[in-house]
Design a protein around this ligand. Structure first.
Ligand code: ATP
Ligand code: MG
Length: 501
């Protein structure tokens, strides 16, 4: 049994969203219908009972009307007798209604008049039962309602009271009743109809839900199909929206955006590998050429030495490139080893500017650090050094002799700003948006100047710190690079003097 159940669960159909939606809806509908059925039956029963009791009270009142009523007392014997005008059809019908279930007896339980011989009504005329009713009536002085099972299984509702023969001042037991068979069959009829309607309603709803869920989910299948069809050659594949602006359209939107992003990042990777192989090939070809020439043509020791020196230079360029690529790929995949501490950015800039004085002098460029107050921020010292070093080495590279370079740090609310500006060659506006891309270099007659990786590395480090980098530049007048970093967990300097050492 368990195995069969497990097999059923494993069936593909049972695991579909469509099936689950329909099943959930039907379960809820079944529960609601059951509650409606139970509540409906109880309400119907209550209404019938109230109405039956009102009728009984009204009938008992009619019987007790005494001299004006249908029951009167024989002037000679004093016994209760029916007083009906048989020629009046209305009175006859009323009498028949009153006589359907009734009992008149003396207080000792001797039945004087009653419907005792009607089918199933014998227990109503039982003397012992009547005596016990009389005892209750004398105690409570209120009409007494009870249910009695008839001999044929019918249940009777009996409302008993007393009637007084005012002439003789004698009390009689009087009870008016009704059979509950009619009410019960009405309730059973309602239940039968409801039980018939129940599966029909469930079936109709199941069919409607199954088809409407299928219709709504068919668009999901188009998303699924599109996802399956995506390969390396059609990464940017887009699915057409349905125009309903619903959850599904939003899912399609997200899917389209995702495939757009996938395409862009695959494109970037492809571009990257092309760039890398291109960059590696140039020095490799140069090394190969130099070594071959030396091997086949060099006759003197100096020629061999020169070839090896040239090859070594290219090897160095290669190893720089490989190191830079490794760092770059680490930083771009978020693997920069971050060891954040609170540091003084102004002091750090001053230190690095000192180290760059020799190359600056060699280029005949004036390099200075704008001295400021301590500028504290939370950052990785080594990575921040790399940022400043790259910006300064660019400034030196791209500033002709006689120019100047200034670097400084300043606090700016929740951020710190690191600024490196120069009076160098500047960057044409059309190139500005690309200088942070890998291997991007503004065309330069001197290809030895760099690999085009420095600024992309700087941008990755700044991003990893949650900061931004901006550049302003004008050809022939110079450039200004501004790095904005959040100060992080730095309190106001006055509160934490111990941090700044
Ligand atoms: N201070 C600057 N003045 C003028 N041009 C600059 C400056 N800084 C960067 N550039 C331009 O931006 C390009 C990209 O700079 P980036 O630092 O990424 O590469 P690179 O300096 O050429 O090589 P690498 O830094 O990898 O050795 C440079 O080739 C240069 O054209
Ligand atoms: Mg550079």
């Amino acid at each position: 049994m368990f195995k069969i159940w497990k097999k059923l669960i494993d069936l593909k159909l049972f695991r579909t969203l469509r099936f689950r939606l329909a099943a959930t809806f039907l379960c809820v509908l079944t529960a609601v219908l059951l509650v409606v059925g139970i509540f409906g039956t109880a309400t119907l029963r209550g209404i019938l009972e109230d109405k039956g009791l009102d009728d009984l009270k009204e009938q008992l009142g009619t019987l007790k009307l005494n001299t004006q009523g249908p029951i009167q007392f024989d002037p000679d014997s004093g016994r209760p007798i029916w007083f009906i005008d048989v020629t009046d059809p209305e009175e006859r019908a009323e009498a028949a209604r009153l006589q359907a279930v009734y009992v008149i007896a003396d207080l000792q339980g001797h039945v004087e008049n009653g419907s005792c011989n009607e089918p199933g009504q014998k227990p109503l005329c039982n003397s012992a039962r009547i005596r016990s009713d009389v005892a209750i009536l004398q105690k409570t002085n209120e009409p007494y309602l009870q249910r009695i099972k008839g001999t044929d299984g019918t249940t009777f509702e009996l409302l008993s009271s007393t009637i007084t023969d005012t002439k003789r001042d004698v009390k009689w037991y009087i009870a008016e009743g009704r059979s509950l068979a009619g009410d019960q069959s009405l309730v059973r009829g309602f239940q039968r109809k409801f039980l018939l309607f129940f599966p029909v309603a469930l079936f109709i709803c199941a069919v409607v839900v199954w088809y409407s869920a299928g219709g709504a989910l068919s668009s999901l299948q188009s998303v699924e199909k599109a996802a399956q069809e995506i390969t390396g050659s059609n990464l940017g594949m887009q699915i057409r929206k349905r125009g309903a602006d619903d959850e599904l359209d939003r899912l399609i939107d997200s899917f389209n955006e995702m495939s757009g992003r996938l395409k862009a990042s695959f494109e970037q990777m492809r571009q990257f590998s092309t760039d890398v192989s291109h960059e590696l090939r140039t020095p490799l070809t140069a090394i190969q050429g130099q070594l071959e020439v030396a091997l086949f043509t060099a006759t003197r020791k100096e020629q061999l030495q020169e070839a090896i020196e040239n090859a070594l230079q290219d090897v160095e360029r290669l190893s720089n490139l490989v190191r830079a690529l490794l760092l770059l790929s680490q930083s771009e995949s978020g693997q920069i080893p971050m060891n954040k501490t609170v540091l003084d950015a102004a002091e750090l800039i001053e230190e690095i500017v000192d180290q760059f004085q020799i190359p600056a002098e060699a280029h005949n460029v004036q390099l200075s650090a704008g001295h400021t107050e301590p500028v504290l921020c939370e950052a990785d010292r080594t990575q921040l050094e790399r940022v400043i070093t790259n910006l300064l080495s660019n400034a030196i590279k791209y500033t002709p002799a006689g120019g100047w370079i200034r670097a400084r740090a300043e606090a700016a609310g929740p951020n710190v700003r690191l600024i490196v500006e120069d009076s160098g060659v500047g960057i044409p506006t059309s190139h500005l948006p690309h200088i942070f891309d890998r291997f991007y270099r503004v065309p330069d007659p001197n290809p030895e100047k760099g690999l085009g990786l420095g600024l992309s590395f700087v941008a990755a480090i700044v991003r990893a710190h949650g900061g931004e980098i901006h550049v302003d530049s004008e050809v022939g007048r110079g450039s200004r690079f501004e790095v904005v970093l959040p100060t992080g967990a730095v309190r106001a300097p006055a509160e934490s003097p111990a941090v700044h050492t």
